[in-house]
Design a binder for this molecule. Structure first.
Ligand SMILES: Cc1cc2nc3c(=O)[nH]c(=O)nc-3n(C[C@H](O)[C@H](O)[C@H](O)COP(=O)(O)OP(=O)(O)OC[C@H]3O[C@@H](n4cnc5c(N)ncnc54)[C@H](O)[C@@H]3O)c2cc1C
Length: 406
Protein backbone atom coordinates (compact mmCIF):
# COMPACT_ATOMS: atom_id res chain seq x y z
CA UNK A 1 0.00 0.00 0.00
CA UNK A 2 1.47 3.34 -1.08
CA UNK A 3 1.25 6.10 1.52
CA UNK A 4 1.18 9.81 0.95
CA UNK A 5 3.44 10.95 -1.87
CA UNK A 6 6.07 13.58 -1.08
CA UNK A 7 6.19 16.58 -3.34
CA UNK A 8 9.94 16.03 -3.84
CA UNK A 9 9.19 12.57 -5.31
CA UNK A 10 6.77 13.89 -7.94
CA UNK A 11 9.43 14.97 -10.43
CA UNK A 12 7.62 18.25 -10.93
CA UNK A 13 8.98 19.98 -14.03
CA UNK A 14 6.96 23.22 -14.19
CA UNK A 15 6.55 22.52 -17.83
CA UNK A 16 3.54 20.60 -19.11
CA UNK A 17 3.11 21.96 -22.58
CA UNK A 18 -0.23 21.93 -24.28
CA UNK A 19 -0.96 21.26 -27.92
CA UNK A 20 -0.28 24.85 -28.92
CA UNK A 21 3.46 24.08 -28.73
CA UNK A 22 3.32 20.73 -30.45
CA UNK A 23 1.34 22.04 -33.43
CA UNK A 24 3.88 24.78 -33.93
CA UNK A 25 1.29 27.38 -33.12
CA UNK A 26 4.34 29.30 -32.01
CA UNK A 27 7.34 29.64 -34.33
CA UNK A 28 10.53 27.67 -33.69
CA UNK A 29 12.18 30.85 -32.45
CA UNK A 30 9.32 31.49 -30.01
CA UNK A 31 9.35 27.91 -28.75
CA UNK A 32 13.14 27.99 -28.33
CA UNK A 33 12.73 31.18 -26.32
CA UNK A 34 10.10 29.48 -24.15
CA UNK A 35 12.38 26.51 -23.42
CA UNK A 36 15.34 28.75 -22.69
CA UNK A 37 13.26 30.82 -20.23
CA UNK A 38 11.89 27.69 -18.59
CA UNK A 39 15.39 26.37 -17.99
CA UNK A 40 16.56 29.72 -16.69
CA UNK A 41 13.63 29.87 -14.26
CA UNK A 42 14.27 26.31 -13.10
CA UNK A 43 17.85 27.23 -12.25
CA UNK A 44 17.22 30.69 -10.83
CA UNK A 45 13.61 31.10 -9.68
CA UNK A 46 12.63 27.67 -8.39
CA UNK A 47 15.26 27.65 -5.59
CA UNK A 48 13.88 30.88 -4.08
CA UNK A 49 10.15 30.86 -4.95
CA UNK A 50 8.86 29.07 -1.83
CA UNK A 51 11.19 30.98 0.50
CA UNK A 52 10.01 34.32 -0.89
CA UNK A 53 6.38 33.31 -0.30
CA UNK A 54 6.78 31.80 3.19
CA UNK A 55 8.96 34.62 4.51
CA UNK A 56 7.19 37.36 2.51
CA UNK A 57 10.78 38.13 1.62
CA UNK A 58 10.75 41.37 -0.42
CA UNK A 59 14.51 41.79 -0.26
CA UNK A 60 15.12 38.39 -1.85
CA UNK A 61 12.36 39.04 -4.38
CA UNK A 62 13.94 42.30 -5.52
CA UNK A 63 17.43 40.75 -5.59
CA UNK A 64 16.01 38.01 -7.80
CA UNK A 65 14.50 40.58 -10.16
CA UNK A 66 17.90 42.20 -10.56
CA UNK A 67 19.37 38.80 -11.44
CA UNK A 68 16.94 38.52 -14.34
CA UNK A 69 19.26 40.61 -16.47
CA UNK A 70 18.99 38.45 -19.60
CA UNK A 71 15.24 39.10 -19.75
CA UNK A 72 14.66 42.54 -18.25
CA UNK A 73 15.05 44.11 -21.66
CA UNK A 74 12.57 42.01 -23.65
CA UNK A 75 10.22 44.89 -24.50
CA UNK A 76 12.76 47.74 -24.30
CA UNK A 77 13.55 49.14 -27.77
CA UNK A 78 16.81 48.13 -29.41
CA UNK A 79 18.10 51.72 -29.55
CA UNK A 80 18.27 51.82 -25.73
CA UNK A 81 19.73 48.39 -25.19
CA UNK A 82 16.65 46.19 -25.42
CA UNK A 83 15.36 43.33 -27.58
CA UNK A 84 12.30 45.27 -28.78
CA UNK A 85 9.97 42.26 -28.58
CA UNK A 86 6.19 42.61 -28.68
CA UNK A 87 3.18 41.30 -26.77
CA UNK A 88 3.50 37.66 -27.88
CA UNK A 89 7.02 37.31 -26.48
CA UNK A 90 5.87 38.98 -23.30
CA UNK A 91 3.08 36.42 -22.90
CA UNK A 92 5.49 33.51 -23.42
CA UNK A 93 7.77 34.99 -20.80
CA UNK A 94 4.89 35.82 -18.44
CA UNK A 95 3.54 32.27 -18.61
CA UNK A 96 6.90 30.62 -17.97
CA UNK A 97 8.00 32.94 -15.18
CA UNK A 98 4.66 32.79 -13.35
CA UNK A 99 4.71 28.99 -13.51
CA UNK A 100 7.59 29.35 -11.03
CA UNK A 101 6.72 32.50 -9.06
CA UNK A 102 3.78 34.83 -9.50
CA UNK A 103 5.35 37.32 -7.06
CA UNK A 104 8.55 37.66 -9.09
CA UNK A 105 6.61 37.74 -12.35
CA UNK A 106 4.54 40.66 -11.05
CA UNK A 107 7.57 42.63 -9.90
CA UNK A 108 9.03 42.06 -13.37
CA UNK A 109 5.76 43.02 -15.09
CA UNK A 110 5.35 46.29 -13.17
CA UNK A 111 8.92 47.35 -13.88
CA UNK A 112 9.82 46.07 -17.33
CA UNK A 113 6.37 46.19 -18.92
CA UNK A 114 3.96 48.56 -17.15
CA UNK A 115 6.43 51.29 -16.27
CA UNK A 116 8.28 50.99 -19.57
CA UNK A 117 5.48 50.49 -22.13
CA UNK A 118 4.04 54.06 -22.05
CA UNK A 119 7.56 55.54 -22.32
CA UNK A 120 8.39 53.28 -25.26
CA UNK A 121 5.28 54.46 -27.08
CA UNK A 122 5.01 58.12 -26.02
CA UNK A 123 8.38 59.12 -24.53
CA UNK A 124 10.84 61.51 -26.14
CA UNK A 125 14.21 60.08 -27.15
CA UNK A 126 15.78 61.79 -24.09
CA UNK A 127 13.18 60.19 -21.79
CA UNK A 128 13.75 56.77 -23.34
CA UNK A 129 17.50 57.03 -22.97
CA UNK A 130 17.34 58.37 -19.40
CA UNK A 131 14.70 56.06 -17.96
CA UNK A 132 14.72 52.81 -19.94
CA UNK A 133 18.37 51.83 -20.04
CA UNK A 134 18.46 51.36 -16.23
CA UNK A 135 15.35 49.15 -16.42
CA UNK A 136 16.95 47.06 -19.18
CA UNK A 137 20.18 46.45 -17.26
CA UNK A 138 18.57 45.87 -13.85
CA UNK A 139 20.08 48.87 -12.06
CA UNK A 140 16.68 50.59 -11.74
CA UNK A 141 13.16 49.45 -10.87
CA UNK A 142 9.95 50.92 -12.26
CA UNK A 143 6.29 51.00 -11.20
CA UNK A 144 2.98 52.26 -12.52
CA UNK A 145 0.78 54.56 -10.43
CA UNK A 146 -2.86 54.79 -11.46
CA UNK A 147 -5.01 53.66 -8.51
CA UNK A 148 -5.94 55.98 -5.63
CA UNK A 149 -8.03 55.58 -2.47
CA UNK A 150 -10.84 57.44 -4.29
CA UNK A 151 -10.33 55.77 -7.68
CA UNK A 152 -10.08 51.97 -8.05
CA UNK A 153 -12.37 50.56 -10.74
CA UNK A 154 -13.26 54.16 -11.58
CA UNK A 155 -9.58 55.09 -11.75
CA UNK A 156 -10.07 58.06 -14.05
CA UNK A 157 -13.24 59.55 -12.55
CA UNK A 158 -11.89 59.08 -9.03
CA UNK A 159 -8.39 60.45 -9.66
CA UNK A 160 -7.40 63.20 -7.22
CA UNK A 161 -3.59 63.42 -7.32
CA UNK A 162 -3.10 67.05 -8.46
CA UNK A 163 -0.24 68.32 -10.61
CA UNK A 164 -0.17 72.14 -10.65
CA UNK A 165 2.13 73.87 -13.12
CA UNK A 166 4.52 76.39 -11.58
CA UNK A 167 7.15 77.75 -14.00
CA UNK A 168 9.49 74.99 -15.16
CA UNK A 169 7.95 72.29 -12.98
CA UNK A 170 4.70 70.75 -11.74
CA UNK A 171 3.86 70.45 -8.05
CA UNK A 172 2.24 67.14 -7.09
CA UNK A 173 -0.07 66.65 -4.12
CA UNK A 174 -2.14 63.57 -3.32
CA UNK A 175 -1.96 59.79 -2.89
CA UNK A 176 -1.72 56.54 -4.81
CA UNK A 177 -2.51 53.12 -3.38
CA UNK A 178 -1.89 49.43 -4.20
CA UNK A 179 1.21 50.32 -6.25
CA UNK A 180 3.31 47.26 -7.06
CA UNK A 181 7.03 47.99 -6.47
CA UNK A 182 5.98 51.32 -4.88
CA UNK A 183 8.40 51.09 -1.95
CA UNK A 184 11.37 49.87 -4.03
CA UNK A 185 10.88 51.72 -7.30
CA UNK A 186 13.31 54.33 -8.61
CA UNK A 187 10.78 55.62 -11.13
CA UNK A 188 6.99 55.61 -11.44
CA UNK A 189 4.86 56.31 -14.48
CA UNK A 190 2.31 58.42 -12.71
CA UNK A 191 -1.08 59.84 -13.70
CA UNK A 192 -2.33 63.10 -12.17
CA UNK A 193 -5.05 65.72 -12.68
CA UNK A 194 -3.73 68.81 -14.49
CA UNK A 195 -7.08 70.45 -15.24
CA UNK A 196 -10.01 70.01 -12.89
CA UNK A 197 -12.29 72.41 -14.75
CA UNK A 198 -13.05 69.81 -17.44
CA UNK A 199 -14.19 66.18 -17.50
CA UNK A 200 -11.52 63.97 -15.90
CA UNK A 201 -10.75 62.23 -19.21
CA UNK A 202 -9.68 65.58 -20.69
CA UNK A 203 -7.76 66.80 -17.65
CA UNK A 204 -5.27 64.05 -16.81
CA UNK A 205 -1.54 63.99 -17.64
CA UNK A 206 1.15 61.32 -17.43
CA UNK A 207 4.50 61.95 -15.72
CA UNK A 208 7.74 60.10 -15.13
CA UNK A 209 8.34 60.50 -11.40
CA UNK A 210 11.67 59.95 -9.64
CA UNK A 211 11.14 58.57 -6.13
CA UNK A 212 14.06 60.47 -4.59
CA UNK A 213 12.03 63.67 -5.07
CA UNK A 214 11.57 65.53 -1.73
CA UNK A 215 8.01 65.22 -0.38
CA UNK A 216 7.53 61.63 -1.64
CA UNK A 217 6.61 59.19 1.12
CA UNK A 218 5.87 55.46 1.29
CA UNK A 219 3.01 55.42 3.79
CA UNK A 220 2.96 51.62 4.11
CA UNK A 221 3.42 48.31 2.32
CA UNK A 222 0.33 46.12 2.18
CA UNK A 223 0.30 42.50 3.37
CA UNK A 224 -1.60 40.23 1.00
CA UNK A 225 -3.03 36.69 1.00
CA UNK A 226 -1.05 35.87 -2.16
CA UNK A 227 1.88 36.98 -4.31
CA UNK A 228 3.75 37.26 -1.02
CA UNK A 229 7.11 38.95 -1.22
CA UNK A 230 5.90 41.39 -3.85
CA UNK A 231 6.27 44.97 -2.56
CA UNK A 232 2.98 46.86 -2.95
CA UNK A 233 2.52 50.24 -1.40
CA UNK A 234 0.43 53.22 -0.40
CA UNK A 235 2.24 56.38 -1.53
CA UNK A 236 1.92 60.06 -0.61
CA UNK A 237 3.05 63.08 -2.63
CA UNK A 238 3.43 66.36 -0.72
CA UNK A 239 4.53 69.35 -2.79
CA UNK A 240 6.71 67.09 -4.97
CA UNK A 241 8.35 69.09 -7.77
CA UNK A 242 8.46 67.35 -11.15
CA UNK A 243 10.36 69.10 -13.98
CA UNK A 244 8.27 69.89 -17.08
CA UNK A 245 10.56 67.68 -19.18
CA UNK A 246 9.15 64.72 -17.22
CA UNK A 247 5.68 65.25 -18.65
CA UNK A 248 5.02 62.13 -20.74
CA UNK A 249 3.31 63.04 -24.02
CA UNK A 250 1.05 66.12 -23.92
CA UNK A 251 -0.50 67.98 -21.02
CA UNK A 252 -4.11 66.89 -20.40
CA UNK A 253 -3.77 63.99 -22.87
CA UNK A 254 -2.64 61.41 -20.33
CA UNK A 255 -5.79 59.37 -20.91
CA UNK A 256 -4.39 58.24 -24.26
CA UNK A 257 -1.17 57.09 -22.59
CA UNK A 258 -3.07 55.32 -19.82
CA UNK A 259 -5.44 53.44 -22.14
CA UNK A 260 -2.65 52.50 -24.55
CA UNK A 261 -0.91 50.30 -21.97
CA UNK A 262 -3.98 48.45 -20.74
CA UNK A 263 -4.56 45.97 -23.58
CA UNK A 264 -0.92 44.82 -23.50
CA UNK A 265 -1.01 44.64 -19.70
CA UNK A 266 -4.18 42.57 -19.61
CA UNK A 267 -2.89 40.11 -22.20
CA UNK A 268 0.33 39.77 -20.21
CA UNK A 269 -1.62 39.19 -16.98
CA UNK A 270 -3.74 36.54 -18.75
CA UNK A 271 -0.52 34.69 -19.61
CA UNK A 272 0.47 34.89 -15.95
CA UNK A 273 -2.79 33.28 -14.80
CA UNK A 274 -2.19 30.60 -17.43
CA UNK A 275 1.31 29.84 -16.11
CA UNK A 276 0.05 29.64 -12.54
CA UNK A 277 -2.81 27.31 -13.49
CA UNK A 278 -0.50 25.17 -15.62
CA UNK A 279 1.76 24.48 -12.65
CA UNK A 280 -1.21 23.64 -10.42
CA UNK A 281 -2.48 21.23 -13.10
CA UNK A 282 0.89 19.53 -13.47
CA UNK A 283 1.26 18.90 -9.73
CA UNK A 284 -2.31 17.58 -9.47
CA UNK A 285 -1.90 15.36 -12.54
CA UNK A 286 1.28 13.75 -11.27
CA UNK A 287 -0.07 13.33 -7.76
CA UNK A 288 -3.27 11.68 -9.02
CA UNK A 289 -1.19 9.02 -10.82
CA UNK A 290 0.85 8.23 -7.74
CA UNK A 291 -1.63 8.43 -4.86
CA UNK A 292 -3.54 5.21 -4.19
CA UNK A 293 -6.81 4.76 -2.35
CA UNK A 294 -9.23 1.83 -2.51
CA UNK A 295 -6.25 -0.11 -3.99
CA UNK A 296 -6.19 2.04 -7.13
CA UNK A 297 -4.60 5.30 -8.16
CA UNK A 298 -7.02 8.14 -7.56
CA UNK A 299 -6.63 8.98 -11.28
CA UNK A 300 -8.65 5.84 -12.03
CA UNK A 301 -11.71 7.44 -10.45
CA UNK A 302 -13.63 9.59 -12.90
CA UNK A 303 -14.36 12.10 -10.16
CA UNK A 304 -10.63 12.89 -10.26
CA UNK A 305 -9.62 12.22 -13.88
CA UNK A 306 -12.53 14.27 -15.25
CA UNK A 307 -11.45 17.20 -13.06
CA UNK A 308 -8.05 16.94 -14.72
CA UNK A 309 -9.64 16.66 -18.17
CA UNK A 310 -11.59 19.86 -17.47
CA UNK A 311 -8.34 21.56 -16.47
CA UNK A 312 -6.67 20.40 -19.68
CA UNK A 313 -9.58 21.70 -21.78
CA UNK A 314 -9.37 25.15 -20.22
CA UNK A 315 -5.59 25.37 -20.39
CA UNK A 316 -5.43 24.18 -23.98
CA UNK A 317 -8.07 26.50 -25.42
CA UNK A 318 -7.12 29.57 -23.45
CA UNK A 319 -3.48 29.20 -24.39
CA UNK A 320 -4.33 29.31 -28.07
CA UNK A 321 -6.63 32.29 -27.51
CA UNK A 322 -3.94 34.23 -25.61
CA UNK A 323 -1.40 33.62 -28.38
CA UNK A 324 -3.90 34.72 -31.03
CA UNK A 325 -4.87 37.91 -29.20
CA UNK A 326 -1.21 38.74 -28.55
CA UNK A 327 -0.52 38.34 -32.27
CA UNK A 328 -3.46 40.62 -33.11
CA UNK A 329 -2.09 43.30 -30.78
CA UNK A 330 1.40 42.92 -32.26
CA UNK A 331 -0.11 43.44 -35.73
CA UNK A 332 -1.79 46.63 -34.49
CA UNK A 333 -5.42 45.42 -34.52
CA UNK A 334 -7.97 46.92 -32.17
CA UNK A 335 -9.31 44.07 -30.05
CA UNK A 336 -10.29 45.53 -26.68
CA UNK A 337 -13.30 43.23 -26.15
CA UNK A 338 -11.19 40.14 -26.92
CA UNK A 339 -8.51 41.30 -24.48
CA UNK A 340 -11.12 41.87 -21.75
CA UNK A 341 -12.63 38.46 -22.54
CA UNK A 342 -9.37 36.58 -22.22
CA UNK A 343 -8.31 38.52 -19.11
CA UNK A 344 -11.61 37.69 -17.40
CA UNK A 345 -11.83 34.08 -18.60
CA UNK A 346 -8.28 33.07 -17.73
CA UNK A 347 -8.38 34.72 -14.29
CA UNK A 348 -11.57 32.76 -13.51
CA UNK A 349 -9.89 29.64 -14.90
CA UNK A 350 -6.85 30.08 -12.66
CA UNK A 351 -9.02 30.30 -9.54
CA UNK A 352 -10.92 27.14 -10.59
CA UNK A 353 -7.86 25.12 -11.56
CA UNK A 354 -5.81 26.02 -8.48
CA UNK A 355 -8.82 25.31 -6.25
CA UNK A 356 -9.36 21.92 -7.89
CA UNK A 357 -5.64 21.11 -7.69
CA UNK A 358 -5.89 21.50 -3.91
CA UNK A 359 -8.96 19.23 -4.02
CA UNK A 360 -7.21 16.51 -6.07
CA UNK A 361 -4.26 16.43 -3.68
CA UNK A 362 -6.50 16.53 -0.60
CA UNK A 363 -4.99 17.19 2.84
CA UNK A 364 -1.48 17.60 1.50
CA UNK A 365 -2.79 20.04 -1.09
CA UNK A 366 -4.07 22.22 1.73
CA UNK A 367 -0.70 22.00 3.50
CA UNK A 368 2.57 23.80 2.90
CA UNK A 369 4.13 20.48 1.87
CA UNK A 370 2.83 21.20 -1.62
CA UNK A 371 2.95 24.48 -3.56
CA UNK A 372 -0.69 24.33 -4.69
CA UNK A 373 -1.92 26.19 -1.58
CA UNK A 374 0.35 29.05 -2.72
CA UNK A 375 -1.00 28.83 -6.27
CA UNK A 376 -4.58 28.96 -4.95
CA UNK A 377 -3.86 32.00 -2.75
CA UNK A 378 -2.02 33.67 -5.61
CA UNK A 379 -4.77 33.09 -8.17
CA UNK A 380 -7.49 35.23 -6.55
CA UNK A 381 -5.85 38.56 -7.38
CA UNK A 382 -6.43 37.94 -11.11
CA UNK A 383 -10.14 38.63 -10.58
CA UNK A 384 -9.39 41.95 -8.85
CA UNK A 385 -6.40 43.84 -10.24
CA UNK A 386 -5.69 45.24 -13.70
CA UNK A 387 -9.47 45.62 -14.06
CA UNK A 388 -11.72 43.38 -11.96
CA UNK A 389 -13.89 40.50 -13.20
CA UNK A 390 -16.93 42.79 -13.09
CA UNK A 391 -15.18 45.66 -14.88
CA UNK A 392 -14.07 43.33 -17.71
CA UNK A 393 -17.72 42.32 -18.22
CA UNK A 394 -18.82 45.96 -18.04
CA UNK A 395 -16.19 46.87 -20.64
CA UNK A 396 -17.34 44.05 -22.93
CA UNK A 397 -20.97 45.17 -22.58
CA UNK A 398 -19.95 48.65 -23.81
CA UNK A 399 -17.78 47.29 -26.61
CA UNK A 400 -20.66 45.13 -27.89
CA UNK A 401 -22.78 48.25 -28.31
CA UNK A 402 -19.88 50.06 -29.96
CA UNK A 403 -19.42 47.18 -32.45
CA UNK A 404 -23.03 46.33 -33.24
CA UNK A 405 -25.25 49.11 -31.86
CA UNK A 406 -28.34 48.24 -29.86
C1 LIG B 1 -2.05 43.15 -5.30
C2 LIG B 1 -2.48 44.34 -6.08
C3 LIG B 1 -1.60 44.93 -6.98
C4 LIG B 1 -1.98 46.11 -7.66
N1 LIG B 1 -1.06 46.77 -8.45
C5 LIG B 1 -1.36 48.00 -8.93
C6 LIG B 1 -0.36 48.81 -9.56
O1 LIG B 1 0.80 48.39 -9.69
N2 LIG B 1 -0.72 50.05 -10.01
C7 LIG B 1 -1.98 50.53 -9.87
O2 LIG B 1 -2.21 51.66 -10.31
N3 LIG B 1 -2.95 49.80 -9.28
C8 LIG B 1 -2.67 48.56 -8.80
N4 LIG B 1 -3.64 47.81 -8.14
C9 LIG B 1 -4.99 48.34 -8.03
C10 LIG B 1 -6.05 47.53 -8.75
O3 LIG B 1 -6.01 47.76 -10.12
C11 LIG B 1 -7.42 47.85 -8.09
O4 LIG B 1 -7.43 47.19 -6.85
C12 LIG B 1 -8.60 47.44 -8.93
O5 LIG B 1 -8.71 48.25 -10.07
C13 LIG B 1 -9.92 47.49 -8.15
O6 LIG B 1 -10.04 48.69 -7.46
P1 LIG B 1 -10.47 48.66 -5.88
O7 LIG B 1 -9.59 47.67 -5.22
O8 LIG B 1 -10.43 50.05 -5.38
O9 LIG B 1 -11.91 48.08 -5.86
P2 LIG B 1 -13.28 48.89 -6.15
O10 LIG B 1 -13.17 49.66 -7.41
O11 LIG B 1 -13.68 49.60 -4.92
O12 LIG B 1 -14.27 47.68 -6.40
C14 LIG B 1 -14.82 46.88 -5.33
C15 LIG B 1 -15.74 45.85 -5.97
O13 LIG B 1 -16.81 46.52 -6.67
C16 LIG B 1 -16.85 46.08 -8.01
N5 LIG B 1 -17.28 47.16 -8.90
C17 LIG B 1 -16.79 48.44 -8.98
N6 LIG B 1 -17.40 49.12 -9.95
C18 LIG B 1 -18.30 48.28 -10.52
C19 LIG B 1 -19.23 48.38 -11.60
N7 LIG B 1 -19.37 49.50 -12.32
N8 LIG B 1 -20.00 47.31 -11.89
C20 LIG B 1 -19.88 46.15 -11.17
N9 LIG B 1 -19.00 45.98 -10.15
C21 LIG B 1 -18.23 47.03 -9.84
C22 LIG B 1 -15.43 45.63 -8.33
O14 LIG B 1 -15.40 44.72 -9.41
C23 LIG B 1 -15.03 44.98 -7.02
O15 LIG B 1 -15.51 43.67 -6.97
C24 LIG B 1 -3.28 46.64 -7.47
C25 LIG B 1 -4.17 46.01 -6.59
C26 LIG B 1 -3.78 44.90 -5.88
C27 LIG B 1 -4.74 44.32 -4.87
Amino acid sequence: MVGHVNFEDLDFEYGYSCMADRLHYYSKEENDFRMEVRKWCKDNIEPVATKIDRERNKVLAVETLKKMKPYLNIVIPEEVGGLGKGVLYRTIFGEELTAFSYAIATIFGASSCLFAAPIIEYGSSEQKKKYLSGIADGTKIGAIGITEPTGGSDAIGGMNLRATKDGDHYVLNGEKCFITNGSVADYITLYAVTNDQVKRRQGISAFIFETDTPGFEVVKDYTYMGRRGMPNSHLRFKNCKVPVENLLYKENEGIEVLLFGLDGERTFTASQYLGLARSAFEVAYKYAHRREQFRKTIYSFEGISFKLSEMFMDLELNRIAIAQIAKMLDEGHYCRASVAAIKARVSDMAVEITKNAVQVIGGLGYSEEYPVERFYRDAKIGQISAGSAEIMRYLISREMIRMWGK
